[in-house]
Design a protein around this ligand. Structure first.
Ligand SMILES: [Mg+2]
Length: 110
């Protein structure tokens, strides 16, 4: 729980992410999103086979978060017709909380 709390307090410099997109270009950075996700998948698979450490996984999580920040910027999610990433996160977390509450109530009643 403490680790999750720490993660949520991490701030990523949006201006730095924008600069990376401007310097390297959207085509390059969109490919990097895919590459970093693939590296995270690989690290997770190796971790479960005890061929990577949690540190290796953490490094790839960091890479993915940084690239997702750039992806959000590149796709420019500001739209009045579509939900933003933040809106989706809030919606999905509320839904998850609701499901967990129902699950907990079900467990208590059984
Ligand atoms: Mg990586």
């Amino acid at each position: 729980m403490t680790n999750i709390k720490l993660f949520m307090e991490i701030k990523i410099d949006g201006e730095l992410l924008k600069k990376a997109v401007l310097v390297y270009g959207t085509r390059s950075q969109e490919r990097m999103v895919i590459e970093e996700i693939a590296e995270l998948l690989d690290a997770l698979m190796k971790y479960h086979r005890e061929r990577a450490t949690i540190g290796n996984v953490n490094e790839e999580i960091a890479d993915v978060l940084i690239m997702l920040g750039q992806l959000i910027y590149m796709l420019d999610p500001s739209s009045e017709e579509e939900r933003s990433v933040e809106d989706w996160i809030n919606y999905k977390l509320a839904r998850l909380k609701d499901r967990l509450d129902k699950h907990q109530n079900k467990s208590i009643n059984n």
